[in-house]
Design a protein around this ligand. Structure first.
Ligand code: FES
Length: 153
């Protein structure tokens, strides 16, 4: 069907793209806005590589249409650092080697930030449960857990 004009607020900046209404938020980010930090693993809600925040809450960007997220605050991994200052969760992932190949890392970090912010990191078990939708094929889970634990304090 026809291409339409979509306005999306990404990392504090409103951007307009011309896309079909069936375009997912994930594809809008990657294919229309060159924001390739958000990864496509499965494209159907099973891996968490595409995790971003919408109005401060995490979401699998492959499972929502861009058209539905107009007027909301979307934050991607590119928007997490403040200038040269990495987000504490990014620092913690580096410190604890919370990645190997790195493909799942942006999603892990976005999920980890939301996990702590929403109060789901009071124990390792709770963190594991809450982040169970973020898969890591390298098996870096212990180090990812260590990073989240550190930020949770
Ligand atoms: Fe969205 Fe896997 S790409 S959950």
């Amino acid at each position: 069907e026809g291409v339409t004009s979509l306005q999306l607020k990404i990392n504090g900046t409103v951007r307009t793209i011309q896309a079909e209404p069936r375009v997912t938020l994930l594809d809008a980010l990657r294919e229309y806005m060159d924001l390739t930090g958000t990864k496509k693993g499965c494209d159907h809600g099973q891996c968490g590589a595409c995790t971003v925040h919408v109005d401060g809450r995490r979401i699998n960007s492959c499972l929502t249409l861009a058209v539905m997220q107009q007027g909301k605050e979307i934050t991607t991994i590119e928007g997490l650092a403040k200038g040269d200052d990495l987000h504490p969760m990014q620092e913690a992932f580096i410190k604890h080697d919370g990645f190997q190949c790195g493909y799942c890392t942006p999603g892990q970090i976005m999920s980890g930030v939301a996990c702590v912010k929403e109060g789901h990191a009071s124990s390792d078990d709770q963190t594991r449960e809450w982040m169970s939708g973020n898969l890591c094929r390298c098996g870096a889970y212990p180090n990812i857990l260590a990073a989240v634990r550190e930020v949770a304090g």
